[in-house]
Design a protein around this ligand. Structure first.
Ligand SMILES: [Fe+2]
Ligand SMILES: [Fe+2]
Length: 198
């Protein structure tokens, strides 16, 4: 069910089912690299693919608009974080997985330097599972082909992650991600986008 939900959101956003799989695996690799328990590793693997589930609630004229969004459209687009948390939050159910998934959906566009959205959280105010997901999501998006861009090389993407260490990203997570890069690249190879293998 969880993977299906994640795929539903990513299809709508021109991304692919393979991206959702890769995010799951990559967040697990980083969590393991940070020394987390097998329980927490499994938790982030299952919760991270749902980060963009809120895009289901964004109108197609905004979500799929080619070219630049207007100010109002950008504001609408940004609501996908809180929409996602709203979809996943269930006060009648104390599932730890749903709680973590809602937390990741809500916070995955927060930035370490406090300039992200929706709540401008800063540093460790951003939950750890979310900080892991943001690093993996951005790296995978940069190194993937999208309708509007060619994939960046691994070197270019790593340079970006380094530049954004302490900006968008938690420096500790960036370091851990880089130390696991061989495993990350194995995941990229194992779960290619279908357009790449065609
Ligand atoms: Fe997002
Ligand atoms: Fe994503």
């Amino acid at each position: 069910m969880i993977e299906c939900l994640g795929r539903a959101a990513e299809f709508k956003d021109n991304e692919t089912g393979a991206h959702v799989m890769r995010i799951s695996k990559m967040t697990g690799i980083v969590a393991r690299g940070l020394g987390m328990t097998p329980h927490d590793v499994a938790l982030v693997e299952q919760a991270s693919p749902m980060h963009d589930i809120g895009k289901i609630g964004i109108p197609d004229r905004v979500l799929l608009k080619p070219g630049k969004l207007s100010g109002d459209e950008w504001t609408t687009m940004q609501t996908h974080s809180s929409l996602g948390a709203h979809i996943l939050r269930d006060d009648d159910n104390d599932s730890e997985l749903l709680k973590v998934a809602a937390e990741i959906a809500l916070n995955h566009h927060e930035r370490w330097d406090g300039t992200g959205y929706p709540n401008r959280l800063r540093g460790e105010e951003i939950p750890l599972f979310t900080r892991i997901t943001s690093v993996c999501d951005v790296f995978d998006a940069l190194t993937s082909r999208r309708p509007y861009k060619e994939p960046w090389s691994t070197e270019e993407a790593i340079k970006f992650m380094d530049d954004q260490s302490g900006g968008a990203f938690d420096p500790v997570i960036v370091e851990c991600f880089k130390s696991q890069l061989h495993k990350i690249m194995a995941i990229k190879a194992e779960y290619p986008d279908s357009s790449d293998s065609a």
